[in-house]
Design a protein around this ligand. Structure first.
Ligand SMILES: NC(=O)C1=CN([C@@H]2O[C@H](COP(=O)(O)OP(=O)(O)OC[C@H]3O[C@@H](n4cnc5c(N)ncnc54)[C@H](O)[C@@H]3O)[C@@H](O)[C@H]2O)C=CC1
Ligand SMILES: O=C(O)C(=O)COP(=O)(O)O
Length: 591
């Protein structure tokens, strides 16, 4: 009977309404599941099957959900605000969060203007009145926007777009945004004010366009409302929670604020008897159910934008709008890729070699936590070494921790959590005359060696060539390079010798005298372990000769034997190698 072949495609979950234009881009390569109306528990129950999650503002991407999302690589927000995503938890899990920073900006700005004009001309009230059979021309007299002052809080993408449209309406524009670009403000005819208090006093219309963050939460409360003109109208198409809804209802009741146009609420959809419901039902409030981004055009834009990014991430490329990952140009990433592999192998070799080492003194090796990684040659002038930094953390930690997904998103955070300090250093000196253009040296510092830079975990990029840190004999050193796209290790401690860091390796330090290879070979043979290749690494130039002296068995006459073997070598076999026949130390690593 023929057997059905299962080629399982990565799975993408979409629990909200996202425009089909982007989803169509994903269907060929991925399994796309649109499942609306899931409860938080329902979502948590199935998220473990998915590599990507695409949401809008309704889905709460909590720490608990991310904890259950064992395969998840990306959370894509088809819109701007990521306040419904626990970005810190995503970062901790190495999950990239992307958004669409500009796809719905125009829609949000036009919605703001629509609310402003509708408030100015009582459109909502007038429509309800005429539908009720009334003809109330004198009650529904409005005001004009022209020559009135629009106070803008947050002069970012939406705020500036609102400003440009409002400028066309002949409004006077003032804004409060401590981080705004003054040139962009001036070009949009906006006068920046240094304090919120100033624009509150001036505004005939006040509109909010900041993200919901600690500094903006509750920024318009009772005290702020009291300083505004009683004829002022307030607009919020940004986020609920920035205005104290109860205080606004009170001000509208008291007549100290004339009206409000609100698209976003503290609870969405508003819960019965909540402050949001009281605000919505107030006669002076024009409310819409979070429609700022709800235009055909905006939904197409954000859907295509985030779906392209999801496809990139699931194909191992970098997204263009990551909220929590440092951006690296794809060309740079391609140049770095072989070195990423090399550095990860160096880190992993470090951890495995020194932690599994069995030696004559049976002295336990402790995991050192201060590392200098030096990029030599062409690598020293790269714009970014973040992928190399992440690869090192991954190499160091993967063999000894349960972190399964260490990447450029979470490497720095995880290294910090484990108390690992990594100094990144640049040197252009060491590769002259070598058959490769770049090499990398990893040095685990003993307490006796001097710090390269006092407390930095990362050296800044684009550093001038940095001198090597002062070395100590006890430093543990691994050096490597890439030839073609193949990584090689070229130095391990005091020994130089090229070997490919791949597969299971038995690494023995022994006296460099006859019979050692035969002895190790026969011991492995007895244990049923086949040797695939062997390499001998002599002492690095100038190392130790004076101490051991000549041909005999002394520190100056040692070598490393690196054997590629076809299976892991048991600890009993490794112990059997040590001692009598001159093998001083041995470790088994799998790279
Ligand atoms: N209702 C809806 O459907 C939509 C809502 N939005 C929301 O609109 C808001 C603005 O979005 P964008 O303009 O794209 O963001 P943006 O990041 O381009 O601009 C935000 C601006 O707020 C400023 N800001 C930050 N903290 C501030 C503070 N304490 N005081 C004053 N200004 C501060 C920043 O400097 C920045 O210029 C976001 O909350 C977003 O989620 C965006 C699209 C649609
Ligand atoms: O992009 C934003 O920040 C929005 O608020 C739009 O939200 P939505 O995608 O319409 O749920």
């Amino acid at each position: 009977m023929p057997v059905a072949l299962h080629t399982s495609k990565p799975k993408v979950l979409i629990p909200e309404k996202v425009s089909p234009d982007g989803l169509a881009l994903l269907r060929e390569q991925f399994e796309v599941d649109e499942k609306k109306g899931l409860s938080p528990e329902g979502l948590e129950g199935i998220i473990g099957d998915y590599e990507a999650l695409i949401v809008r503002s309704e889905t709460k991407v909590t720490a608990a959900l991310l904890e259950a999302a064992k395969k998840l690589k990306v959370v894509a927000r088809a819109g701007v605000g990521v306040d419904n995503v626990d970005v810190e938890a995503a970062t901790r899990h190495g999950i990239i969060v992307v958004n669409s920073p500009s796809g719905n900006i125009n829609a949000a700005a036009e919605h703001t203007i629509a609310l402003m004009m509708a408030l100015a001309r009582n459109i909502g009230d007038a429509s309800a009145s005429i539908k009720a059979g009334k003809w109330e021309r004198s009650r529904l007299v409005g005001i004009e926007a022209k020559n009135r002052t629009l106070g803008i809080v947050g002069l970012g993408k939406v705020g500036l777009t609102v400003a440009r449209i409002a400028n066309g309406l002949g409004m006077r524009l003032v804004a409060y945004d401590p981080y705004a670009n003054p040139n962009l403000a001036a070009a949009a005819s906006v006068t920046l004010r240094p304090t919120l208090a100033e624009i509150l006093k001036e505004a005939d219309f006040l509109t909010l366009h900041t993200p919901l963050i600690a500094s903006t939460k509750g920024m318009i409360g009772k005290a702020e409302l009291e300083t505004m003109k009683p004829t002022a109208r307030i607009l919020n198409v940004a986020r609920g929670g920035m205005i104290d809804e109860d205080a606004l209802v009170e001000a509208l009741e008291a007549g100290t604020i004339a009206g409000a146009g609100i698209d976003v609420f503290t609870s969405e959809p508003p819960q019965a008897d909540s402050s949001a419901t009281r605000l919505i039902s107030h006669p002076k409030v024009l409310a819409t159910p979070h429609l700022g981004a709800s235009t055909k055009e905006a939904q197409e834009n954000v859907s295509i934008d985030v779906c392209e990014q999801v496809a990139s991430i699931l194909s191992g490329e970098l997204p263009r709008s990551a909220v929590n990952a440092p951006l690296i140009l794809p060309e740079e990433f391609r140049t770095l890729q072989p070195f990423v592999t090399l550095v990860e192998k160096m880190g992993s070799l470090y951890t495995q070699h020194y932690s599994s080492q069995v030696n004559v003194n049976v002295k336990a090796q402790s995991f050192r936590t201060t590392f200098d990684i030096t990029y030599e040659g062409a690598l020293a002038s790269l714009n970014t070494t973040k992928p190399l930094f992440a690869a090192l953390v991954k190499g160091l930690l993967s063999p000894i921790t349960s972190y399964s997904n260490i990447n450029i998103v979470n490497a720095e955070m995880l290294a910090k959590e484990r108390g690992i300090l990594i100094n990144e250093l640049n040197s252009r000196e060491n590769v002259e005359g070598k058959p490769y253009s770049s090499s990398v040296t990893l040095r685990a510092r003993s307490t006796r060696s001097r710090a390269a830079s006092p407390s930095a975990t990362r050296a800044l990029h684009n550093n001038p060539p940095t001198p090597s840190p002062q070395e100590s004999q006890d430093d543990q050193v691994i050096q490597g390079f890439v030839s073609g796209s193949q990584p090689f290790i070229s130095r391990l401690d005091r020994f130089k010798g090229e070997f490919v860091p791949r597969g299971t390796l038995l690494i023995c330090r022994n006296f460099d005298s006859c019979g050692k290879i035969g002895f190790v070979g026969s011991e492995l043979g007895k244990a049923g372990v086949n040797i695939r290749f062997m390499n001998v690494a002599p002492l690095y130039e100038g190392e130790g000769v004076e101490e051991g002296g000549g041909e005999g068995e002394g520190k100056g006459n040692e070598a490393l034997m690196i054997l590629g073997v076809d299976r892991p070598v048991g600890e009993d076999v490794v112990r059997g190698l040590i001692g009598s026949e001159g093998v001083l130390e041995a470790s088994v690593v799998t790279l």
